[in-house]
Design a binder for this molecule. Structure first.
Ligand SMILES: NC(=O)c1ccc[n+]([C@@H]2O[C@H](COP(=O)([O-])OP(=O)(O)OC[C@H]3O[C@@H](n4cnc5c(N)ncnc54)[C@H](O)[C@@H]3O)[C@@H](O)[C@H]2O)c1
Length: 359
């Protein structure tokens, strides 16, 4: 670890992966400046961290003045703030604005302030239809949806700020993270929480397509550990690195595993038409992550599913109330709008309002 790193900025730090990263950074002795506009984040996910070690500022990454003020004094920037895949299908321009334009604005501020290292969390979606098995970073890139295109645009800007201006950047291509605090709601809802909550409620699991499509599911604590390392190791600068588990699981097999973990064997699996431009295979070759970040995943899928199941039980909200925020076809704008805020909790596990900005 670079001993001179004391304070880090985490954009999107009140989100699923960002909140786990914030906890790990504080545990490593760092002070964390979280920037999140809370469009999909939850301030409660940071509430247990000491106020003098983790500060949440409610701000938009596209607000350059705010970013300049908040980034001053930060040694490392972890840029996670984003809008997701399904959002991009119903709102491609807005998605581009945050994910690509927002990133180049942030890079300009980081360059101006001469931050020591900037880590950008890109996505396996940049490989798109060119992913035919465990994929290496030099593989062809062929995103199939606007999110993948915006992430590719953003990571290209990140790489170009390194090659053109010498900004010390690292690009990580994350594969599907899963675990506690993962989104089940609205257009953020991911397959694992949606399956788990439905299995708990005894409702059918809905698979889009024939279910033979594969994904590389990586437990969120493992994903966040790799991200943290990427900002603390100068040797990572200039690299593009996959972060996944290296294990390919079909959606049909995932459905069976979830039913098994929940212990509700009567739950049905139903199939519907495929999601637009869904990718057939996704899996990481993790050699670079191991060699450069010293990273190997520790939590296997079945174990991670049990931990997520336990976490829902601990949170004390019923799966029935959480499922009120589910949107089944969550890439269809009208359906997303119709389901928004159905539970009154805004799709969050805790309905408490956001605190005022601390700036
Ligand atoms: N979750 C995954 O499996 C996965 C896979 C590949 C890549 N990634 C990448 O990892 C990062 C984190 O993903 P996540 O799953 O935690 O998503 P998330 O939605 O939980 O977190 C993103 C956070 O960014 C915030 N945000 C959105 N727009 C913002 C803006 N304009 N200004 C400030 N904050 C804003 C949201 O409120 C949210 O808290 C993203 O960059 C994503 O592209 C995630």
């Amino acid at each position: 670890m670079d001993d001179e790193v004391r304070k880090v900025m985490i954009t999107g730090g009140a989100g699923f992966i960002g909140s786990e990263l914030s906890h790990q950074a504080v545990a490593r002795g760092l002070t964390v400046e979280v920037v999140d506009n809370l469009v999909n984040g939850n301030p409660d996910y940071l509430a247990d961290l000491p106020a003098d070690r983790c500060r949440l500022s409610v701000a938009d990454v596209r607000d350059r003045d705010a970013m300049r003020e908040l980034m001053a004094g930060c040694d490392v920037v972890y840029h996670l703030a984003c809008l997701g895949v399904r959002h991009s299908i119903h709102s491609p321009m807005d998605n581009h604005d945050v994910n690509a334009t927002g990133t180049i604005g942030l890079l300009e501020v980081a360059r101006e302030l001469e931050v020591k290292q900037l880590v950008y969390t890109s996505s396996a979606e940049v490989y798109g239809s060119a992913c035919h098995g465990p994929v290496v970073e030099e593989n062809e890139l062929a995103p199939t949806n606007p999110y993948g295109a915006a992430k590719l645009g953003a990571e290209s800007y990140v790489r170009s700020f390194h090659t053109c201006y010498g900004l010390p950047t690292v690009v990580l291509r994350l594969f599907n993270a899963f675990g506690p605090r993962e989104h089940h709601e609205g257009d953020c809802g991911e397959v694992i929480p949606k399956f788990l909550l439905r299995a708990l409620a005894g409702r059918p699991l809905v698979v889009f397509g024939d279910g033979t499509q594969t994904r590389d599911f990586n437990f969120v604590a493992d994903t966040a550990r790799a991200i943290l390392e990427a900002g603390l190791r100068p040797a990572a600068v200039g690299h593009v690195i996959n972060v996944g588990s290296g294990v390919e699981t079909s959606v049909n097999d995932l459905a069976r595993m979830v039913i098994d973990v929940v212990g509700n064997p009567g739950v049905e699996v139903v199939h519907e038409a495929a999601r637009p431009a869904d990718i057939a295979r996704m899996c990481a070759n993790g050699t670079k992550a191991r060699d450069i970040l010293g990273y190997t995943p520790e939590v296997a899928l079945a174990d991670g599913l049990r931990r997520l199941n336990d976490w829902y039980a601990k949170e004390g909200m019923t799966f029935e109330s959480l499922l009120m925020d589910e949107c089944v076809h969550n890439w269809v704008g009208d359906e997303v709008a119709a389901t928004a805020g159905r539970s009154g909790a805004g799709g969050r596990l805790s309905p408490r309002p956001a605190p005022p900005a601390r700036r």
